[in-house]
Design a protein around this ligand. Structure first.
Ligand code: 4AD
Ligand code: MG
Length: 499
C-alpha cells in the first residue's frame, strides 16, 4: 500500500511509492508521455505518465483543469521539478472530471474574477497572498504574546460611533438601532486599565461609500492599547511591530514574493529608524518647490518607463504570432496580459499625477491629508513615514491635544512607502474627564452612550494610547498589490457582497 503524502513532503520520500491527492493544475503531452501537474495546496507535483500504462495515461490526458485526482507512483527527486520532486506514475484515479472549469488560463476581467472569488482563490497568486496573510496574522499574535500583551476580544455589536457617524453600518437589535464596530478601541481602553497592555485583532466595519483601492467595508484590524504610554512609546512600538512583521514575511516567503513579482529590495530597506515628521513639517514638504522638482523629475522617469513597457508589449505581440499553440503560447499570452494590465494602471496613474502634484503644492494647513497627499509624501522616502500632530479638527474626539499647541493632537499615522498610504492610525488618548467632555460637545456627540467610557476618566485615569493597523492595507503593501481586494479571502466592497 502506498502511503498518502502531501506534496510539500515528497522530497522526504525519495524512491518510495506514495499517493498524492489534489487537483489538476496543468497537462502537457508529448507523444508517449504525459506530464500531469497536480496541486494539493501545499505544492505542485509533476506526475510523469507513460503511454505504456494505458489506464493511467488515458485518465491523465482526459482530466480537465481542476479535476480532483488521486495519483500513485514512485518519488524521484529532480531539481527542475516545481517543488523538487516528480512522480513516476503508476495509477491516476480521477475522483471528479471537470471538463469546463470557469477560470481559464487566458485573461479574465476583474469583475468576472470577483464573482468567481470562491474559485479564483485556487490560483497560485491568490494562494501566495493567503499564505502571507496567515504568516502575518500568526506574527501579530507571536509579537504581542512575547511582549506580555493580553489579547482581548471586543464586541462587534456596539451602541455608538467611535470613528465618525458617516461610516456606521446600522443593525436592528430587537427594535433598537445599533451598529457594527468601527474599532474596538474604546473597549480596549477599558481593558488596558484592567490588564495594562492589551490588544485586539478582529473584523471591523465601515460603510465606505467610495470605491477606492484602499477601502473595504469589512476589514481586519490589529489594535494594541497601553496604559501609562505616551505618543513616543506608541511610535516605537509601531516601528518595532512593522519591522518584525516585514522580517517574518521576508524570511518565510521568498518564493511567494517572487511569484507575486514583489520588489523584495524595497521591503529589505524597511528598518529603523522610520522617518518622523509633524503634520506641519509634512505640509511644508508638500508645498516646497524642491519637492515639486523631485516629483516632476520622477514623473519624467516613469513616463520613459511606460514608453519602454509599451515597446516591449509590441515585441511580445509580434512573438505571439510565431509561437506554436500549447504551453509556451499560454505562458506568453499570460505574460502579455499581465504586462498590458500593468501598463494600463501605470498609464492611468501617470495621467493623474500632474494634478496630484499641483494639488499638493497648494495644500493648506488644516486640511486632512488624503490618499493623494499621503502617496506623494511616502514617495519622497524609501522607508515608512510617521506623521504626528495633526490638526485637532480632522481627527477623532478621543485624541489628546498637545499641551504645547492645542490646535494639534498627539496622534500618529504611519504611511507605507511606494504609494501604499496610511497603514496605521493611532494616538495618545484624552485622559482628562472635563477635556474629553468638552471635545465630545465640540463634535456634537451625545454623552449618554459614552458614560461608561467617561468612567475610565473618573476612576483611576492614566496617560494611555494605542493604534490600529489595517491588516489588508499592510498586506497590500507587503505583496505589492494594486488593490486591497486581493488581500482578504472574500472582499466586501460597496456594491459587492457575492460570493
Ligand atoms: O485610522 P483608523 O480609523 O483608526 C482607528 O480606528 C483607531 N480607533 C485605531 C486605534 O487607535 N486603536 O483605522 C486604523 C487603520 C488605518 O490606518 C487603516 O490601515 C485601516 O485601519 N483602515 C482600513 N482598511 C481597509 N478598509 C477601510 N475602510 C479602512 N479604514 C481604516
Ligand atoms: Mg486613520
Amino acid at each position: 500500500m502506498a502511503i498518502t503524502v502531501r506534496i510539500c513532503d515528497l522530497m522526504r520520500h525519495e524512491g518510495q511509492d506514495v499517493e498524492i491527492r489534489g487537483w489538476v493544475h496543468g497537462l502537457r503531452t508529448g507523444g508517449k508521455i504525459a506530464f500531469l501537474l497536480v496541486r494539493d495546496g501545499t505544492g505542485v507535483c509533476q506526475c510523469v505518465v507513460e503511454a505504456a500504462r494505458p489506464d493511467a495515461f488515458e485518465a491523465a490526458v482526459s482530466a480537465g483543469h481542476e479535476s480532483s485526482v488521486r495519483v500513485t507512483g514512485r518519488v524521484r527527486l529532480d531539481p527542475r521539478a516545481p517543488d523538487g520532486a516528480e512522480l513516476d506514475t503508476e495509477r491516476v484515479e480521477v475522483v471528479q472530471n471537470v471538463p469546463d472549469y470557469p477560470i481559464a488560463r487566458k485573461e479574465h476581467g476583474i469583475d468576472f474574477l470577483l464573482r468567481h472569488r470562491h474559485l479564483w482563490i485556487r490560483s497560485p497568486r491568490q494562494c501566495a497572498i493567503l499564505r502571507i496573510r496567515d504568516t502575518v496574522v500568526r506574527g501579530i499574535h507571536d509579537f504581542f504574546a512575547a511582549q506580555g500583551f493580553v489579547r482581548i476580544d471586543t464586541p462587534i455589536l456596539t451602541p455608538g460611533a467611535a470613528e465618525g457617524a458617516a461610516t456606521l453600518f446600522p443593525v436592528d437589535y430587537f427594535g433598537e438601532k445599533i451598529y457594527l464596530a468601527q474599532t474596538g478601541q474604546l473597549y480596549l481602553e477599558a481593558a488596558a486599565m484592567a490588564l495594562g497592555r492589551v490588544y485586539s485583532f478582529g473584523p471591523t466595519f465601515r460603510a465606505e461609500k467610495s470605491k477606492t483601492r484602499r477601502h473595504l467595508t469589512e476589514f481586519w484590524m490589529l489594535e494594541p492599547e497601553i496604559a501609562w504610554a505616551e505618543l513616543p512609546d506608541l511610535m516605537d512600538l509601531a516601528e518595532r511591530l512593522i519591522c518584525d512583521l516585514v522580517g517574518r514575511v521576508l524570511e518565510r516567503h521568498r518564493a511567494e514574493l517572487e511569484l507575486l513579482e514583489r520588489d523584495v529590495a524595497a521591503l529589505e530597506r524597511v528598518h529603523p529608524p522610520f522617518i518622523r515628521l509633524t503634520y506641519t513639517e509634512a505640509v511644508d514638504l508638500l508645498r516646497g518647490t524642491d519637492t515639486r522638482r523631485r516629483l516632476e523629475e520622477e514623473l519624467e522617469r516613469e513616463r520613459a518607463e511606460l514608453a519602454a513597457g509599451q515597446a516591449r508589449h509590441g515585441e511580445l505581440e509580434a512573438q505571439m504570432a510565431t509561437v506554436k499553440k500549447g504551453w509556451a503560447q499560454d505562458r506568453l499570452a499570460r505574460e502579455i496580459a499581465a504586462l498590458r494590465e500593468r501598463l494600463a494602471h501605470m498609464g492611468q496613474e501617470l495621467e493623474n499625477r500632474p494634478a496630484h502634484i499641483e494639488a499638493a503644492s497648494r495644500f493648506q494647513w488644516g486640511d486632512d491629508l488624503g490618499g493623494d497627499e499621503e502617496t506623494i509624501l511616502a514617495r519622497l522616502f524609501d522607508r515608512p513615514v510617521m506623521v504626528t500632530r495633526y490638526p485637532r479638527a480632522v481627527k477623532a474626539f478621543y485624541m489628546k491635544p498637545a499641551p504645547d499647541d492645542r490646535r494639534v493632537v498627539l496622534n500618529v499615522d504611519v504611511l507605507a512607502p511606494e504609494g501604499y498610504g496610511e497603514i496605521i492610525g493611532g494616538s495618545q488618548r484624552e485622559d482628562d474627564l472635563e477635556a474629553l467632555r468638552a471635545r465630545m460637545a465640540e463634535e456634537g456627540l451625545d454623552p449618554a452612550p459614552y458614560e461608561w467610557y467617561l468612567d475610565l476618566r473618573r476612576y483611576g485615569t492614566v496617560p494611555h494610547g494605542g493604534f490600529g493597523l489595517g491588516l489588508e492595507r499592510f498586506l497590500a503593501w507587503m505583496c505589492g498589490l494594486r488593490h486591497i481586494r486581493e488581500a482578504i479571502p472574500f472582499p466586501r466592497l460597496m456594491g459587492r457582497i457575492y460570493p
